[in-house]
Design a protein around this ligand. Structure first.
Ligand code: EPU
Length: 416
């Protein structure tokens, strides 16, 4: 079993290209099913979750494979409408295939994604929306059996601006007759990226990035070549890495408009961050200051996916900072591991208070989820001595090669 050795205590100095965004690539790969043709996806990250999506597409009878850095998918010969339990369990976001398979085949059969990483992750809004579009859905023994004689556009009101439900319903609505309006839609940049992909294939829709998305269904779709947006959470992770270790880094492809809340927080803490035409430069020196407080919220609020890495960046700050996690119940699992490195963190319910310490020390720690695992690397870079990080399967779900990137940024990180 591999581990990462992070040799901390040295300032960073380097630059890196930010790879494509996992959280827009995954719904785009599901949406390729609608086109019944070829998609060439550029800037597609080579990650574990993307590999699982490729295997799901292949299981469904589609072809999907790498041509250099592009992923080429052809869904013309799709011949199955069900996904095996084993594949569903490998990736929590596999439920995003539901709307696409249903819209293409009129039926879909898959199980709830397995496990529980961040706490309960229900898909009730996905199912309610599909039912309103005309699907009959029965649930037996953890499997969902969905059928429709034809989806029909409707006005759908989401209880919460769920990213996954918005994506699933946008995709399904492309195959519905008439107009679908999604109200209280999620506004994340990845939703805009999904819309841009669908527009590139010939779909008719407007509004992604706002709370109201309007989709005119049944537009004829065609082949397309599309480049995914860069991954804003990977960029946030590396900004936090330099905030933790000090130094200067350049993140090519990172966009300030996607990271405004994270950048505002790091500036308040004392980092100097400037946007350039192609990317972002961040400089940090000495101990950071504590900040007013962090409350995670749906976009454009502070991203839950950046909570753990920001916490790691603040461990040596002067003063105390409160972090409130409002999206997921179980997203402080990195705290006990960070404490092994000398961090002072108190958790009560959905609130964690980080009181900065003068020094962190290396330790053996275990990643128990994706962003929590990245946070251990961020903390390790700012700690004196060696940090060994295990549980790399989690980190590899969302970072092409975290050690390659951190080394390019001047860190000493080795996979052993
Ligand atoms: N929710 C429901 N019912 C639903 C759907 C969601 O109650 O039908 C609740 C969830 O339990 C959660 C909240 O709504 O409390 C938000 O969940 P959302 O559906 O927005 O999240 P998601 O689509 O499951 C995506 C990202 C996550 C990211 C969240 C929030 C992907 C593949 N995943 O998940 O990314 O944390 O949005 O921004 O896009 C990660 O990359 O590490 C990651 C976990």
């Amino acid at each position: 079993m591999s581990r990462l050795l992070v040799q901390g205590g040295k300032a960073l100095d380097g630059e890196v290209d930010i790879h494509g965004a996992k959280n827009s690539t995954l719904p785009i790969l599901a949406a390729t099913i609608l086109t019944g043709g070829e998609t060439v996806l550029q800037n597609c990250p080579k990650l574990r979750d993307v590999e699982v999506s490729i295997r799901i597409l292949q299981y469904l009878g589609c072809s999907a494979g790498w041509d250099g850095d592009a992923l080429v998918v052809n869904t013309k010969d799709m011949n199955r409408h069900h996904i095996s339990d084993g594949l569903m369990r490998e990736m929590r976001s596999s439920s995003i295939f539901l709307g696409a398979i249903l819209a293409r085949c009129g039926k879909a059969n898959l199980s709830y994604p397995g496990g529980c990483e961040l706490g309960p992750r229900p898909i009730d809004m996905h199912l309610a929306g599909l039912r309103q579009l005309g699907a009959t859905i029965t649930e037996t023994g953890g499997r969902l059996d969905c059928e429709t004689a034809g989806l029909t556009g409707r006005t759908l009101v989401l209880r919460l601006p769920s990213v996954g439900a918005t994506e699933n319903l946008m995709i399904a609505a492309c195959g519905a007759t008439g107009t679908t309006t999604i109200l209280n839609a999620a506004r994340e940049p990845e939703i805009v990226d999904l819309q841009n992909y669908l527009l590139c294939c010939g779909a008719r829709m407007t509004g992604a990035g706002t709370s109201t998305i309007i989709i005119e269904g049944k537009a004829p779709l065609h082949d397309c070549t599309y480049a995914c947006m860069s991954d804003r959470i990977v960029a946030a992770t590396y900004l936090c890495a330099v905030a933790s270790a000090g130094g200067r880094i350049y993140l090519k492809g990172a966009k300030e408009e996607h990271l405004s809340t994270v950048i505002a927080l790091l500036r308040e803490a004392g980092c100097q961050i400037t946007s350039q035409s192609q990317g972002i430069v961040c400089r940090a020196q000495g101990r950071l200051q504590s900040v007013q407080g962090v409350k995670t919220a749906p976009y454009p609020g502070f991203p839950t996916d950046a909570q753990a890495v920001v916490m790691a960046a603040l461990l040596k700050s002067c003063g105390a900072t409160m972090l409130e996690e409002n999206l997921f119940e179980n997203r402080f699992r990195h705290v006990d591991e960070l404490k092994r490195m000398g961090a002072d963190i108190q958790v009560s319910g959905r609130v964690a208070v980080v009181t900065g310490v003068e020094m962190l020390h290396g330790a053996s720690v275990e990643a128990t989820d994706l962003r929590g695992g990245a946070a251990l690397c961020v903390a390790g870079l700012g700690a004196q001595g060696d940090t060994w990080v295990s549980g790399l399967d989690h980190i590899d779900r969302g970072y092409e090669s975290i050690e390659r990137d951190l080394c390019a940024l001047g860190g000493e990180v080795t996979r052993i």
